[in-house]
Design a protein around this ligand. Structure first.
Ligand SMILES: N[C@@H](CCC(=O)N[C@@H](CS)C(=O)NCC(=O)O)C(=O)O
Length: 218
């Protein structure tokens, strides 16, 4: 029994793991969610029904960061997404947490607000999410001053897997202003990375489903 990934191409967290799999050309069975059978299997394996979920030889692995750590441990490839040196690994994990907590989370909050009934919207929470994104961009711009990749500087890592989809969609809901040239350049660099470009291309057919409306770019 090999690897199976329950995922949807348009989901930002699913892209985070897909990028890791594509980086190393790791073979896996794509169990696409949105189809009744795959949805039922996911609910059975993970009652919280968050995606993606990895199944490795019958063993269920959840949470994107843990999934990517699991892949590095049990299915390593030529691209090491968590550095061997524990200090360098810590820097990568720190940036991974930054992107999930302070870019992905506020971006999701803004997007999810569009799915609420009109009388249950949360303008205060949405404002807060916009402010958090602005502060996150500012901090990241300084952090990227002398770095090509966000986690370990010279090498693409877990942190960049988290950065790519979070900055991709965050820029759609809270544009990265020219005042943050390093973040804009980093997002563009990420989009050129073949693993990221592939994930973005696979998600193209679903853009019309982006709740706030997708911009005509990228
Ligand atoms: N912390 C989780 C977050 C996963 C997550 O939020 N996935 C979203 C898709 S991008 C999801 O499943 N949303 C469906 C829902 O909220 O019901 C991880 O890293 O795997």
């Amino acid at each position: 029994m090999g690897l199976a990934l329950y995922a949807h191409p348009f989901s930002s967290y699913c892209q985070k793991v897909l990028i890791a799999l594509y980086e190393n050309g790791t073979p896996f069975e794509y169990r696409q969610l949105g189809e009744a059978k795959a949805d039922a299997e996911l609910a059975e394996r993970w009652p919280l029904k968050r995606m993606p979920v990895l199944v490795d030889g019958g063993h269920t692995v959840v949470e994107t960061t843990v999934i990517i750590e699991h892949l590095g441990l049990h299915h390593p490839g030529p691209v090491r997404l968590i550095p061997e040196d524990p200090r360098a690994a810590l820097a990568v994990r720190m940036l991974d947490r930054f992107f999930d907590g302070y870019v992905m989370t506020p971006m999701q909050r803004i997007v999810a607000d569009h799915l609420r009934p009109a009388d249950r919207r949360d303008p205060f929470g949405v404002d807060e999410a916009h402010r958090l994104l602005e502060t996150a961009y500012r901090w990241l711009d300084g952090h990227l001053e002398a770095r090509t990749w966000s986690g370990s500087g010279a090498h693409f890592s877990l942190a960049d897997c988290a950065a790519a989809p979070s900055l991709f969609y965050a820029d759609w809901v809270h544009p990265i202003e020219p005042a943050f040239p390093n973040v804009r350049a980093y997002r563009a660099r990420l989009l050129k990375r073949p693993s990221v470009a592939r994930a973005v291309d696979e998600a193209r057919p679903y853009r019309a489903n982006f709740p706030p409306g997708a911009p005509d770019r990228d």
